[in-house]
Write a protein that binds this ligand. Sequence first.
Ligand SMILES: Nc1ncnc2c1ncn2[C@@H]1O[C@H](COP(=O)(O)OP(=O)(O)OP(=O)(O)O)[C@@H](O)[C@H]1O
Ligand SMILES: [Mg+2]
Length: 231
Amino acid sequence: MGVHQPRPIGEGTLARVARILAARDIDPAAVPADVSREPNPALAAAETRIPRRYRHAVGDHPQVASWVRTVVAEAVPPSRGARRQAATGPSLLLAGTTGTGKTHQAYGAIRALTAAGIGVRWRATTEADLYAALRPRPGSDSERELMALARCPVLLLDDLGAAKSSEWTEELIYRLINKRYNDMLPTLVTTNLAIRDLRGALGDRVASRLAEMTERLVLTGADRRRAPVAA
Ligand SMILES: Nc1ncnc2c1ncn2[C@@H]1O[C@H](COP(=O)(O)OP(=O)(O)OP(=O)(O)O)[C@@H](O)[C@H]1O
Ligand SMILES: [Mg+2]
């Protein structure tokens, strides 16, 4: 399989995680894919920044849990003796039609990472909010904000492909994705676009980088927001 092919999480990734964990003397069973109910100050702090609707989301999809384990396994201490911090790792592209649980799984992944005992600096934005925040205006330093998102160890870029695009937005997304691609920073991307439409909507340079850097997961099913209520 070429490096530019979409790479669903499979046996290869699971074996890689097992190898990394074994090399670090970590018992895979001790790395939570899920979040326990024990009080956890790091998780509680993260939850204050998670939108209320997703504050208790659980990233229970097996590929999401596997991604969390990989990022935890690849965490490194920034200096000798320091606590391990999320550093590099694969990215995850969550695709699917509206209401299938992409944002839920993404925040669930962030909760699981913060609950896993490693340090996690994370940021989250939708593509549309990103453009609103970066629109040049007096007194704001958009370049600095863009770099803060580009360098943040873990980024959730929600709803990619839903915002109206222009040359300016294409350049911004390219710079954001390219920086994270170059530095191999774990990025959670959600999109309503079908995988085959990514290139047309985002341009070849962004789609090519996403193809290499992300593991892909397509959520299916009905719109959970409209699910019939049981009588
Ligand atoms: N696994 C789950 N368990 C319980 N509730 C869920 C689950 N997944 C999603 N939900 C709920 O379903 C609704 C829709 O989920 P979510 O917002 O994640 O969808 P989405 O795929 O991001 O949709 P959109 O493409 O419109 O942004 C939300 O109320 C969310 O809390
Ligand atoms: Mg969403």
